[in-house]
Design a protein around this ligand. Structure first.
Ligand SMILES: [Zn+2]
Ligand SMILES: [Zn+2]
Length: 294
């Protein structure tokens, strides 16, 4: 039987390759009934996704993914059932997106310094929205510097490569607070890849205290052993085990859309919590001053 839940996906509103409509069409094709759109720093794809979902009989959960900085490593925090139209929330996302855009521009500059002739204008055209590394990769492919997106990451724009630029990031607690400020539910994304199990144990108590409610357990390529380790941590910290594929489009992540079993119970538990928060005045959040990009 086909899987019916995928709670981690990206569209052209951030660095995904499919438009929200195309993503939902694909979700429908593979038999999904519940989909969360979790673009990086952006909820700009949600209206279009909701409209497409409505027509296709899919339940669309308004979500987001925020990348955060933890002393050399990273933690990604997902937000679900956001009251995303809140103006204060949108204003902060815009600041984060502008920082992301400058990052793309800087990558192109570094590539140009390496003698690689791609233009920022073309990257922006390819992105048709928020610019991410896959769009820089596509520009590199177009002019024949690389044969695939993966090769672009390996040679030029992945961590440790000549045109890699670190990103302006929040602290993980701030990401949780930002999600709470839109009455959303914060869940740690792919905890085994980033930050890794040892670091995870260190971070969980503080993040739970900040209001995090879930742990992404049924994630794309995670093994049964990974899943068991995360399930036991989720139980220990009373977190909801969630899951998804982190689909960005074909060829970017190993797992296809809907290609991972996620129990419907994850959705039900999130929904029960969301019902208690919605309509209530959320806690306010102020963005700390940006750190220097290096
Ligand atoms: Zn992530
Ligand atoms: Zn993701």
């Amino acid at each position: 039987m086909a899987n019916i839940v995928d709670l981690h996906t990206h569209s052209t509103a951030s660095d995904g390759l499919y438009s929200p409509t195309k993503l939902l069409q694909q979700a429908h094709e593979v038999g999904l009934k519940v989909l969360a759109l979790t673009d990086h720093d952006s909820t700009q794809g949600i209206e279009e996704a909701s409209a497409a979902a409505g027509e296709l009989g899919i339940e669309l959960i308004p979500g987001i993914e925020l990348n955060t900085d933890v002393g050399g490593g990273e933690i990604h925090v997902l937000g679900y059932f956001l009251e995303y139209q809140r103006p204060e929330f949108q204003a902060i996302l815009k600041v984060l997106r502008d920082a992301r855009e400058r990052r793309g521009e800087r990558m192109v500059e570094l590539l140009n310094e390496e003698g690689i002739a791609i233009s920022w204008e073309r990257v922006r055209e390819l992105a048709q929205g928020s610019v991410g590394r896959p769009h820089v990769a596509k520009a590199l492919m177009e002019v024949g510097y690389v044969q695939s997106i993966a090769e672009a990451f390996d040679k030029y724009i992945g961590k440790g490569c000549p045109a890699y630029v670190p990103r302006y990031k929040l602290s993980p607690e701030d990401a949780v607070r930002l999600i709470n400020s839109a009455n959303g539910l914060a869940v740690m994304a792919h905890p085994i890849g980033l930050p890794g199990l040892d670091k995870l144990r260190e971070w969980l108590p503080g993040l739970q205290k900040a209001g995090m409610v879930g742990l992404e357990t049924y994630y794309g390529p995670y093994t049964h052993k990974d899943e068991q380790a995360l399930l036991s941590l989720a139980k220990q910290y009373n977190l909801i085990p969630t899951g998804g594929t982190d689909f960005h489009g074909p060829g970017i992540h190993p797992t296809a859309l809907g290609g991972r079993f996620v129990p419907i119970e994850a959705v039900e538990r999130l929904k029960a919590l969301a019902a208690k928060r919605h309509g209530v005045t959320p806690p306010s959040f102020e963005l700390p001053p940006p750190a220097e990009e290096h």
